[in-house]
Design a protein around this ligand. Structure first.
Ligand SMILES: Nc1nc2c(ncn2[C@@H]2O[C@H](COP(=O)(O)OP(=O)(O)OP(=O)(O)O)[C@@H](O)[C@H]2O)c(=O)[nH]1
Ligand SMILES: [Mg+2]
Length: 450
């Protein structure tokens, strides 16, 4: 998990100051010493650390904090605001050309994730923004590079423009933009070749593509795992090409976070997206504030809600609420719920977005047992329609049959039925409380199937 060490240390540090009724300059100094070490250890650029510590210290010993009623909390607020500012402040949006197509050039070193990100971004543009993208295979150097992009295109059902590997990338880019205009694509994503290091020949070619294709965005794809190197690479590319944004990939790995925290400050180029896995939907717009919140252990509830909204059908959610209210929730509904939750992504990743989640012991080593979920599914699918609606009719011989049919054990079937029964009891209670108007707080999932 990315940022783990940094998050741990910063949270321990701010914990000490949180409840203080009085904060002295010495307290702030002590805290900032720890913050400084935590950032350096996370491989954040030392100049960036120096500047950050200076800013926070100044504000923390200033009027706004010292005179407040909750100085401890105020210091934390300052840290969060400055961390957000460091990563770019506002979320940075993707360009839209007023003369379509919007052209995006994807550049970066070998293996950074250009081709993968090209596919992910096109997928996002289509799914979330309802756009009609076209991909362009302009890496003619690495064998199989064109094939790789074509395979992604096929998988996503997004067209790929290619002229093979005998035509120059510059010419490919030129013709691609023409073609996109003819066919009314509103986004053109050009996947370019990578090199091991920043080199002259590559830069010359990229500059030529830039001249001809006139991209609205030039995105540098950088591997977050490379730490400080990522910052240096970004600086060279920016000097030569003038970047409009950075996509930080492999943030699902255990990067210390230095790149994410220094990139913006050093290069003045915003991080626009982050890559969080190899799959085509593992990309998210980068929100500095949410990231700061995650690092400081305040959770990322907004992203969680967006994920839920993107995957959960609103009609179905209403229907479900009614079923819970009237306690007419069946095992079929249970199965569907399970499916909905799984669609949102890996469960352990979701759990980690909850505020205070990293305080829960053992959560960091937690991997939700996918096998267990598969068993629950198999068990319910082995039941007859009637059994699913009236599980009370499931007697011993039926239990045996279900266990056999689902390739599980009678114990597992028993456990599931017991859980379901408890859950229904709880739903009834909740429904009762709701009617009496006594229920407080938000609507919570009434059960935890795992
Ligand atoms: N875990 C993880 N893997 C990623 C991510 N993005 C890309 N990868 C993987 O990184 C490897 C390289 O990705 P590519 O997209 O081929 O990289 P590239 O920059 O196009 O590489 P070249 O074309 O050789 O320059 C692949 O195995 C990808 O699956 C990410 O966000 N997370
Ligand atoms: Mg590639």
């Amino acid at each position: 998990m990315a940022f783990e060490g940094l998050a741990d240390r910063l949270q321990k540090t701010i914990q000490k100051i949180r409840g203080k009724g009085k904060v002295t300059e010495a307290d702030v100094k002590e805290m900032m010493r720890e913050v400084r070490l935590a950032l350096l250890e996370a491989d954040v650029n030392f100049k960036v650390v120096k500047e950050f510590v200076k800013k926070v210290s100044e504000r923390a010993v200033g009027q706004e904090v010292m005179k407040s009623l909750t100085p401890g909390q105020q210091v934390i607020k300052v840290v969060k605001e400055e961390l957000t500012e460091l990563m770019g402040g506002e979320q940075s949006k993707i360009a839209v050309s007023n003369r379509p197509p919007t052209v995006i050039m994807m550049v970066g070193l070998q293996g950074a994730g250009k081709t993968t990100t090209t596919g992910k971004l096109a997928n996002l543009l289509r799914k979330k923004y309802n756009r009609k993208p076209m991909l362009v295979a302009a890496d003619i150097y690495r064998p199989a590079a064109i094939k790789q992009l074509e395979t992604l295109g096929k998988q996503l059902n997004i067209p790929v423009f290619s002229l093979g590997d005998q035509v120059s990338p510059v010419e490919i880019a030129r013709q691609a933009v023409e073609k996109a205009k003819e066919e009314h694509h509103d986004y053109v994503l050009i996947d370019t070749a990578g090199r091991l290091h920043v080199d002259e020949a590559l830069m010359a070619e990229l500059k030529e593509i830039k001249e001809l294709a006139k991209p609205d965005e030039i995105f540098l794809i950088v591997d977050a795992m490379t730490g400080q190197d990522a910052v240096n690479v970004a600086q060279s590319f920016n000097e030569q090409l003038g970047l409009t944004g950075v996509v930080l990939t492999k943030l699902d790995g255990d990067t210390r976070g230095g790149a994410a925290l220094s990139l913006r400050a050093v290069t003045q180029t915003p991080i626009k997206f982050v890559g969080l896995g190899e799959k085509m939907d593992a990309i998210e717009p980068f929100h500095p504030e949410r990231m700061a919140s995650r690092i400081l252990g305040m959770g990322d509830v907004l992203t969680l809600i967006e994920k839920a909204q993107a995957t959960v059908d609103e009609e179905k959610a209403k229907e479900l609420e009614k079923k819970i209210r009237t306690a007419s929730f069946t095992l079929d509904d249970f199965l569907e719920q399970l499916g909905q939750v799984r669609k949102m992504g890996p469960l352990d990743e979701l759990l980690k977005m909850m505020p205070g989640a990293n305080k829960i012991k053992g959560l960091n080593n937690l991997t939700i047992d996918e096998k267990q979920i598969a068993h629950v599914e198999a068990i319910i699918k082995s039941m007859t329609k009637e059994e699913k609606i009236h599980p009370e009719i499931i007697n011993a011989s039926r239990r045996k049959r279900i266990a056999k049919g689902s390739g599980t054990t009678i114990q597992e079937v028993n456990r599931l039925l017991k859980q379901f029964e408890d859950m229904k009891k709880m739903m009834k209670q909740m429904a009762g409380m709701q009617q009496k108007g006594k229920r407080k707080g938000g609507f919570k999932l009434p059960f935890n199937p795992f």
